[in-house]
Design a protein around this ligand. Structure first.
Ligand SMILES: [Zn+2]
Length: 344
């Protein structure tokens, strides 16, 4: 994602209230089957850390690389092995350079028959260049993407493993979006028009845009979604991201409130971020009208808006702290199981 497409947000609470679509189809007259209460499983941080390492072992997963293809097969096989019904949603990513690449959103469905569903998402591709303003070496080479890419996928794989072992009545769709990170960034010293800035925003998150325009099931089946992006760095800080607050404030607040109760308030700080990040969730909200929030690392002080390793070759395994993976993973597991149990 990129940060320079900052849209300062003026939240109008009246507008938010009118956007609430929590009440879903009332056509069904049969009473819902009673839901079995399932305890929240324990998130295994060592398992998640190994999933980060495994993704790095393929090399960079930028579009068009061998690592991208190899990682795709591993992700499909892993989700299948964890009991998900997997859809490979293929599309062509036409990137800002003029090139085209084969790309795939990987969707792992749990309880495909349920019409009461939560989406958990992360991007699985990695940046093709190290073009952060802070990047000092090999700027035209793809980055490892341990935090930016692999961390979110790793947390969701561990959640998938737990879903396989601890079945729910709730429907869950785990979506690994492709082609998030091949966007056209804007440099500090570059002067561009507002129109060009908006055009560049649309060069990011191509997989999420494709999915939002080609949902794998009816929109009304999706209650809401949670996106994970850069959720593995030591001492990560997750403020309430701008677009998430704009489109899905009530969901942000209930997730952050649960984080506080669980003792993760040091990660999930009760502060709203000043801008919105052009990330997958932005397009899911804007195009599909499905509420999706973003859990994303935004340090208090930063020259780029993200961690100093962002879009540099320092985004490697040394950045990853399994305690951060656990905080995020245990929280998201709790959200999903509590939703199933009617406790959210
Ligand atoms: Zn990125």
């Amino acid at each position: 994602m990129n940060i320079r497409n900052l849209f300062f947000l003026f939240i109008i609470t009246v507008m938010m209230a009118s956007c609430n679509n929590d009440t879903t189809g009332s056509e069904d007259t049969a009473p819902p089957a009673p839901t079995k209460t399932v305890p929240v499983p324990r998130f295994d941080r060592d398992s998640a850390f190994v999933y980060v390492e495994k993704q790095l072992s393929f090399g960079p997963r930028a579009l068009g690389t061998e690592g991208h293809q190899a990682c795709k097969e591993w992700l499909v096989n892993s989700l299948t092995g964890f009991g998900a019904t997997v859809i490979e949603q293929d599309f062509t990513a036409e990137v800002y350079t003029g090139a085209s690449y084969p790309a795939t959103n990987i969707i792992g469905q749990y309880n495909p028959d349920s019409k009461n569903r939560v989406v958990l998402a992360a991007h699985w591709d990695t940046r093709h260049i190290a073009d952060s303003d802070l990047s000092t070496e090999r700027r035209d080479e793809p980055i490892p993407g341990a935090d930016d890419g692999a961390s979110g996928v790793a947390v969701l794989l561990e959640i998938a493993r737990q879903l396989g072992q601890n079945p729910l009545d709730l429907g869950v769709d785990i979506i690994f979006f492709d082609a998030e990170d091949y966007g056209h960034d804007t440099k500090d010293d570059e002067q561009i028009t507002q129109a060009e800035q908006e055009a560049r925003a649309n060069t990011w998150a191509l997989g999420a845009q494709y999915w939002a325009n080609n949902l794998h099931r009816p929109k009304k089946d999706f209650d809401y979604g949670i996106l994970l992006d850069m959720v593995g760095a030591e001492g990560a800080r997750f403020p309430k991201e701008g677009w998430s607050m704009y489109y899905a404030k009530a969901i942000v607040n209930k997730v952050w409130s649960l984080a506080d109760k669980m003792g993760y308030g040091n990660y999930f700080v009760n502060q709203q971020d000043q801008g919105g990040v052009t990330d997958d969730h932005y397009f899911v909200n804007k195009i599909a009208g499905i509420k999706m929030i973003d859990i994303i690392h935004k340090p208090q002080k930063s020259e780029t808006g993200f961690g100093p390793h962002w879009h540099t070759h320092n985004d490697d395994i040394d950045i990853i702290d399994s305690r951060t993976l656990r905080a995020v993973g245990q929280l998201v597991l709790a959200v999903v199981y509590r939703e199933n149990n009617g406790q959210m």
